[in-house]
Ligand binder design. Structure first.
Ligand SMILES: NC(=O)C1=CN([C@@H]2O[C@H](COP(=O)(O)OP(=O)(O)OC[C@H]3O[C@@H](n4cnc5c(N)ncnc54)[C@H](OP(=O)(O)O)[C@@H]3O)[C@@H](O)[C@H]2O)[C@@H](O)CC1
Ligand SMILES: Nc1ncnc2c1ncn2[C@@H]1O[C@H](COP(=O)(O)OP(=O)(O)O)[C@@H](O)[C@H]1O
Ligand SMILES: [K+]
Length: 534
């Protein structure tokens, strides 16, 4: 793996970043020199953004504040720099100085009387060259763009007044704001808002991705996130994080390398995986169909789908290549029992995915699939039935790998005694995987996947276009299909799960680009999956 690939995967906590920084300084890098280097890169990035912006057309008000920097400036953009007491503020002051020397009109807001020494020196110099600095944010009201250097990874307690009021005022202006390292006010690890936080349009994360930026509740504040790589030596990263990263962003290259491509020229359908889907009920036939279409897009060699008998004809019509197994159904139209073709038992399959549209009436089926020794994906009602059975003791008895794919509501039902997934999703999903011995994929804006050994994958890009009924069913089919194809290969199950999550959201991103965020119904989503790979 080259440096860029590694850096794109690394995720750090505040403590880990502090330790990595400590090693760089202990190695002899002067603190001031590093700040100069980092802030120089930030200044260049901001200048590029400002230059590009000048050629843009006027803003469309309803797109603010998450549009790019769309305000045209004349004659020169005015930049407001918010300066905090630590080195985040120091970075911001170097940026202020550089932009000032490059001809921009710059003003500083710094209401602190006690600054770290280096930050204090930079403030003194900025003032001495004539950059105005103010203690009131109102003085920066006419700026076109703000640079937020109030707090970085050193923020540990809630922001109080007067800073809190200033941040709220800044947010009310709804103007472009670029946060240095992370939006001031966010907890570096959990992404929680500590009091209040800057709603940035851009976040320039320094050196390595901070964990908090990948937590769902941070996303309203982060805007477009970008990494500023300042050449942290790999040895320092490995010394603190170890050779095997325990929290990783899913990167395109690793996701693609996990796919069953290229196919060997000499193969046959059973060698390319046989997936059994168990899904649907008279009430929820669409879920079965979408799961089947997701599985189809995975390229799986052989697809069998067990559904209640009354769904068989619609399934055959939509998925003619699949073997549709019509099974006896309950009075309510749920699967009553699995009736596999003669000479077939569950061990014949390379993977099973079970749950979408089942209803809780199908509970006897679940025990049967749990007893099998085949890798199993459980979703939707499969999870609800599992929760009723008692998640942790039930899964601990299982012989083969299990992947659970809950959203936060299902997660709470499955793991009522585990910490709240809405607070710290990474902590919650890790605990769930450790206790249940399953791979757990916690759905959300930034889907998180954890293994029983404590490895976490985070999906760094997605789109709210997916917040729509049926999107999860597509993922279940896709994941099942990939697992079935990987069964003879030595790829960790969590890597395949991460690839499925990545592929699913990349398809949604592509579909949303072409059709807007309103145009990505689950059926359409299945048609974009293969375009991601072209
Ligand atoms: N790592 C690297 O390699 C590099 C790091 N760099 C930069 O350094 C940044 C980290 O700098 P940092 O450690 O000085 O912390 P930072 O976030 O500026 O703020 C901490 C200050 O705020 C204060 N404070 C805290 N909470 C508060 C509150 N609620 N209300 C009020 N005050 C509060 C706290 O003071 P305290 O009162 O706790 O003594 C402390 O003084 C990092 O994000 C990046 O931008 C780059 O320059 C170079 C490469
Ligand atoms: N705001 C969002 N941003 C990105 N992805 C989202 C968002 N909301 C939901 N998703 C994704 O959409 C899918 C929804 O799945 P799920 O809740 O199971 O829906 P359903 O059961 O209707 O199929 C998940 O993959 C989830 O990660
Ligand atoms: K900041």
């Amino acid at each position: 793996m080259n440096r860029q690939e590694l850096i794109s995967q690394v995720v750090v906590t505040a403590q880990q970043m502090r330790e990595i920084e400590g090693r760089i300084f202990a190695g002899g890098m002067p603190v001031a020199a590093l700040m100069e280097k980092v802030a120089g890169l930030i200044a260049n990035r901001i200048q590029r953004e400002l230059a590009e912006t000048n050629t843009y057309s006027p803003p469309t008000p309803h797109l603010l504040p998450h549009s790019p920097l769309t305000t045209p400036y004349s004659p020169s953009p005015r930049v407001g720099i918010l300066v905090g007491p630590g080195h985040n503020g120091g970075d911001a002051l170097v940026v202020a100085r550089e932009l000032y020397f490059r001809g921009y009109e710059v003003s500083i807001y710094c209401p602190f009387s006690k600054l770290k020494e280096l930050t204090s020196q930079h403030l003194q110099y900025a003032q001495s060259i004539g950059i105005p600095s103010y203690q009131s944010i109102e003085q920066l009201a006419d700026c076109h763009l703000y640079v937020d250097g109030l707090f970085g990874f050193g923020l540990e307690r809630a922001i109080s007044d007067p800073i809190a009021t200033a941040i709220n005022q800044l947010n009310e202006w709804h103007k472009p704001a670029i946060s240095i390292d992370l939006p001031s006010g966010l907890h570096t690890d959990t992404g929680e808002v500590l009091g209040t936080a800057v709603r940035a349009t851009h976040t320039l994360c320094l050196g390595l991705w901070k964990l908090g930026l990948l937590q769902d509740h941070a996303l309203d504040y982060v805007g477009k996130a970008e990494l500023i790589d300042f050449d942290i030596p790999l040895a320092d990263i490995h010394a603190i994080l170890g050779k095997l990263l325990s929290i990783k962003r899913i990167a395109r290259t690793t996701a693609l390398s996990t796919l069953p491509l290229p196919r060997p020229p000499v193969t046959h359908k059973y060698k390319e995986g046989h997936l059994l889907l168990i899904c649907g009920s008279r009430r929820y036939s669409g879920g079965a169909l979408l799961t089947g279409l997701g599985a189809r897009a995975s390229g799986v060699g052989m697809l069998s789908i067990a559904v209640p008998e009354s769904l068989k004809s619609i399934m055959v019509a939509q998925l003619p290549e699949a073997l549709i197994i019509g099974c006896p159904e309950t009075e309510s139209g749920a699967l009553a029992q699995l009736q596999l073709p003669e000479n077939t038992d569950l061990s014949k399959f390379n993977a099973i995915a079970c749950g979408p549209g089942l209803t809780r009436d199908a509970s006897p089926i679940l025990q049967e699939v749990l007893d099998s020794t085949v890798p199993l994906v459980l979703d939707a009602d499969g999870l609800n039935i599992l929760a009723d059975m008692g998640t942790i003791p039930t899964l601990q008895k299982r012989q083969a790998p299990t992947v659970l794919t809950p959203h936060a509501g299902e997660f709470k039902r499955l793991f009522p005694n585990i910490s709240d997934p809405n607070k710290d999703r990474v902590k919650a999903v890790r605990e769930a995987a450790e206790q249940s011995t399953a791979v757990v994929l916690l759905k959300g804006a930034r889907t998180a996947i954890a293994t029983p050994q404590g490895i976490v994958w985070l999906n760094p890009e997605s789109t709210p276009a997916l917040a729509r009924g049926g999107s999860g069913d597509v993922l279940t089919g896709l994941l099942g299909g990939l697992l079935a194809q990987a069964s003879s290969k030595n790829i960790p199950i969590e890597d395949i799960t991460a690839t499925a999550a990545w592929w699913h959201s990349q398809a949604a991103i592509l579909a949303a680009q072409e059709r807007t965020e309103l145009g990505v119904d689950a059926h359409t989503l299945t048609q974009y999956l293969l375009q991601v790979l072209r």
